[in-house]
Design a protein around this ligand. Sequence first.
Ligand code: COA
Length: 177
Amino acid sequence: MTEIRTPRLLLRRWQEDDLVPMSEIHADPEVMRWIADGSTRDLEQTADAIERWEEEWDDEGFGLFAVELLGSGELIGFTGLSVPDFLPEVLPAVEIGWRLGRPFWGQGYASEAAHAALEFALQDRGLDRVVSICQPGNRASENVMRKLGMTLQRETVHPAYAHALHVYEIDLTEYVG
Ligand SMILES: CC(C)(COP(=O)(O)OP(=O)(O)OC[C@H]1O[C@@H](n2cnc3c(N)ncnc32)[C@H](O)[C@@H]1OP(=O)(O)O)[C@@H](O)C(=O)NCCC(=O)NCCS
């Protein structure tokens, strides 16, 4: 099952008309501030990213869900699972992550989608452990991790960009939703 409904959201695979709204999200420096080297991404880079995300779905049977508002059908960003290849020291691992457009922050959407994605990881994919990785200054993201019941496991450094990273983890065998 690669479509999930929550009270307010639809989590689904990517489609062609997601490209423009997702590239608008990627063009916002506030959204990208804590991601990789903090640079924004253009339309072409977003198209490449969506292609990679879809490949991960095909290869792994999990991936980043496009997240749509049930009321309006608007794409608000992504939440979901990926393999954190950028941080070899935590591998093998599956990471849960999120990236929403700024107008959609502060309304509980990230947490709502992330709870559904964790349930997908456990019930659909049978994963028993999921990590989440952020820069220590990204308090909004760390807040979502804590609300999911994740705990800080490791403090390390980004191999490519040399900034600090926090690695959170949850044992899904003890996940209560
Ligand atoms: C990280 C990110 C997804 C967090 O989004 P968010 O909207 O702050 O997260 P939440 O969904 O948990 O919502 C937060 C607040 O919404 C408020 N809220 C409003 N209505 C709500 C509702 N119905 N249910 C729950 N919370 C609600 C709450 O006050 C909550 O804050 P609290 O947990 O301190 O009480 C967002 O900041 C983002 O996209 N950032 C840029 C990309 C990024 O950095 N990604 C992570 C890289 S590691």
